[in-house]
Ligand binder design. Structure first.
Ligand SMILES: [Zn+2]
Length: 176
C-alpha cells in the first residue's frame, strides 16, 4: 500500500492492512512544530506501523529529529535532540480515550482518518521542552550563576516566614 506522509487515510484501513512506513518529513512541514522551532531546517525521520493491540487501533511510532529552539536563559539557538519510541492509541472520542490501556499515548483522530504528518507533529511537540535551556554545567548555565538576584535566598526567606507562626506556638506551649 502506498501512502505519503501528508495523506490522510482511514484508521480502519491502516490498521486492517497493518501498514508500515518509513518517513522523512521536513520540520517546516509539521504544522505545530514549525511554529516552535527557530530554524526551519532539519527533518523528522522514523517509522510507523499500524496494528490492533488489545482491541485498540494503535500506531507504533519511532521518531528522531534535531530541532533548533532558543535557549530561554541565554537566548541563543540550540539543538534539542528528539528520540522517541511510543505506542499511540488512535481514538475517535474522549470516551474511547478513557478506555485506552496504560502505557499508550492517546491521539484523537478526526473524521476516522489520520496522516503520518499529524502523528509525527504531535510526537515531536510532546518531546519539546516548555522552556528550552542549555544543560546544567554548560557555559550558559554558569554565566547565570554569577548574576545577582539569587532566587534561592528569596525562597529561604519565604520559608522562614511560613514557619514563624509554628515557632511562636511552640513558645506559647513552653510557657504553659
Ligand atoms: Zn543557553
Amino acid at each position: 500500500m502506498s501512502l505519503g506522509w501528508s495523506r490522510r487515510a482511514l484508521v480502519e484501513t491502516l490498521v486492517g492492512t497493518e501498514t508500515a512506513i518509513d518517513f522523512s518529513i521536513p520540520l517546516a512541514e509539521l504544522p505545530r512544530v514549525a511554529h516552535e522551532v527557530s530554524a526551519r531546517d532539519g527533518e523528522a525521520k522514523g517509522s510507523v506501523r499500524f496494528s490492533r493491540q488489545q482491541h485498540q487501533a494503535v500506531a507504533d511510532l519511532e521518531v528522531s529529529a534535531q530541532p533548533e529552539v532558543i535557549c530561554q536563559r541565554c537566548m541563543q539557538p540550540m539543538r534539542w535532540p528528539v528520540n522517541v519510541k511510543s505506542r499511540v492509541a488512535l481514538v475517535s472520542d474522549y470516551d474511547a480515550a478513557d478506555r485506552v490501556p496504560d502505557g499508550m499515548e492517546v491521539f484523537l483522530v478526526e473524521a476516522d482518518s489520520v496522516s503520518i504528518r499529524d502523528l509525527v507533529d504531535e510526537e515531536v511537540m510532546l518531546a519539546l521542552p516548555n522552556v528550552p535551556r542549555h544543560a546544567e554545567g554548560s557555559e550558559c548555565a554558569q554565566r547565570v550563576m554569577q548574576l545577582p538576584g539569587e532566587p534561592e535566598a528569596d525562597d529561604a526567606a519565604d520559608e522562614a516566614q511560613v514557619q514563624k507562626p509554628f515557632a511562636q506556638l511552640g513558645e506559647l506551649l513552653k510557657r504553659k
